[in-house]
Design a protein around this ligand. Structure first.
Ligand SMILES: [Zn+2]
Ligand SMILES: [Zn+2]
Ligand SMILES: [Zn+2]
Length: 353
C-alpha cells in the first residue's frame, strides 16, 4: 500500500478530481458515463472485490479493463476512488456523500472507509435523514449505526413520522417499520428491567457495605462503637463509609440496650439480628470471628441441617457477589493483624459502647 500511496500526487489535482496517469491501466465508469482512470495495483490492494472484478477480464484476455460503478452519483465514486488511493476523505465529502460511501465501502469491502462512514454518519443522523441511514445501516450490516438510528428515531418518533423517509418506509418496507416499533417496545421493557436491576443491585451493595462496616466495627472499632478488648478512641476520625457505619453503630447501640428485643417485636432489633445472621452466612473466618453471634448462627445452621430457605440463600449469594464487585472497584480496607480473640461472643457484651 505504501508505494501506491505515492501515486496520489500524480492522480489528483487540487480539486481532488482524478486525472489520467501513465500508470492508469483500469477505468472506472460512473453512472454519468465519466471514466475515472486508476491503477490496477492500487484498487486491488485496497479492495478484494475490485481485485476480483479486474482479474476477471484478464483471464479472458480482454484488453478493456473497465469497472462500472453505477447507482451512486459520479462525484461519490470519485471520492471513493480517491479514498482507495489516500485512505482519506474530508468532512465535507463525508457530509455530501457519506451515505453513498458507506454503500460503496460495504459492497467493495473497504473496512477502513466503512468504519469512517459509520462514525461520520452516526454524527450526522438527523430527524430528516434517519430513515435513509437506518435502511442503509441494515443493508450494510452496520449494527452500531442501526442502533444509533433507532434510538434517535424512538426519541423523536412524532417528528420522524412527518418526514418523506418515514412515509416511504411505511409504503415500501413495512417489515422495517415493524422492526423499529418492536425495538421501541423492547427498549421500554429493557429500561424498566434495568431500573429494577439497578435498584436491586444498589440494595445488595448497601448490604455488602453494611457487612464491611460490621466487620470493621467489630475488629477495629469506629468512632463510637468498638470491641471491648480494644482501647477506646483509637480511631477518632470518620471512616471511609461513615454514613453506613454511623447508622450501623446507632443500630448496634440500640440492639445492646433495647428492652423489647427481637422477640418483643422490635423492628430495629430484628434488622440488626438479620444483619448479624447475614454476616454469619457470608463470614469466612470459622473460629476467630469477632462479630457477635457469628459462631452461634453457624452452629445453628449446622444443627438444623436442612439449612436456610431458598430466598435467604439467594440473598446471601447476591450480597456476596455485590461484595466481590465492590472490592474490585474500591480499595480494600486494610485489615489489621487479628488480635488474640475471645473465642465466644456473648451477644453484644463484646462491645465497647
Ligand atoms: Zn467506621
Ligand atoms: Zn430494639
Ligand atoms: Zn463472622
Amino acid at each position: 500500500m505504501k508505494e501506491t500511496l505515492a501515486v496520489i500526487g500524480d492522480v489528483q489535482t487540487a480539486e481532488g478530481e482524478m486525472q489520467p496517469t501513465e500508470a492508469a491501466d483500469v477505468h472506472i465508469i460512473t453512472s454519468g458515463g465519466v471514466r475515472i482512470p486508476a491503477d490496477f495495483s492500487v484498487l486491488a490492494s485496497a479492495s478484494p472485490v475490485l481485485e476480483s472484478i479486474i482479474d476477471r477480464p484478464r483471464k479472458h484476455r480482454s484488453s478493456d479493463k473497465s469497472i462500472p460503478i453505477l447507482g451512486v452519483p459520479c462525484d461519490a465514486v470519485s471520492v471513493f476512488v480517491q479514498f482507495l488511493y489516500s485512505s482519506k476523505c474530508s468532512e465535507e465529502q463525508m457530509e455530501k456523500y457519506g451515505i453513498h460511501l458507506l454503500a460503496l465501502s460495504h459492497v467493495y469491502l473497504v473496512p477502513q472507509l466503512k468504519q469512517r462512514c459509520i462514525k461520520g454518519l452516526a454524527e450526522r443522523v438527523t430527524v430528516e435523514n434517519v430513515v435513509d441511514v437506518l435502511q442503509l445501516a441494515r443493508l450494510c450490516d452496520a449494527p452500531d449505526l442501526y442502533l444509533r438510528c433507532v434510538k434517535l428515531l424512538s426519541s423523536n418518533l412524532k417528528a420522524v413520522e412527518q418526514t418523506e423517509g418515514w412515509k416511504f418506509l411505511q409504503n415500501h418496507d413495512p417489515w422495517l417499520e415493524l422492526d423499529i416499533l418492536q425495538f421501541m417496545d423492547e427498549a421500554e421493557l429493557r429500561k424498566k428491567r434495568n431500573r429494577k436491576h439497578r435498584e436491586e443491585q444498589s440494595l445488595y451493595l448497601q448490604l455488602s457495605e453494611a457487612m464491611d462496616c460490621l466487620e470493621h466495627i467489630c475488629t477495629e472499632g469506629c468512632t463510637s462503637v468498638g470491641p471491648c478488648d480494644m482501647v477506646p478512641g483509637k480511631n477518632k476520625g470518620p471512616c471511609s463509609k461513615f454514613s453506613t457505619c454511623q447508622g450501623l453503630q446507632l443500630l448496634i447501640k440500640h440492639f445492646a440496650t433495647c428492652k423489647r428485643r427481637v422477640n418483643g417485636g422490635c423492628l430495629r432489633c430484628k434488622r440488626m439480628w438479620q444483619l448479624l445472621r447475614l454476616h454469619s452466612s457470608i463470614c469466612e473466618q470459622p473460629d476467630e470471628c469477632k462479630v457477635p453471634l457469628c459462631r452461634q448462627f453457624k452452629l445453628k445452621v449446622q444443627q438444623e441441617k436442612k439449612g436456610a430457605d431458598a430466598r435467604w440463600k439467594l440473598l446471601v449469594r447476591k450480597v456476596i457477589s455485590a461484595k466481590a464487585l465492590s472490592s474490585l472497584t474500591l480499595p480494600k480496607r486494610k485489615r489489621e493483624e487479628e488480635p488474640i480473640m475471645n473465642p465466644s461472643h456473648p451477644g453484644m457484651r463484646t462491645f465497647r459502647l
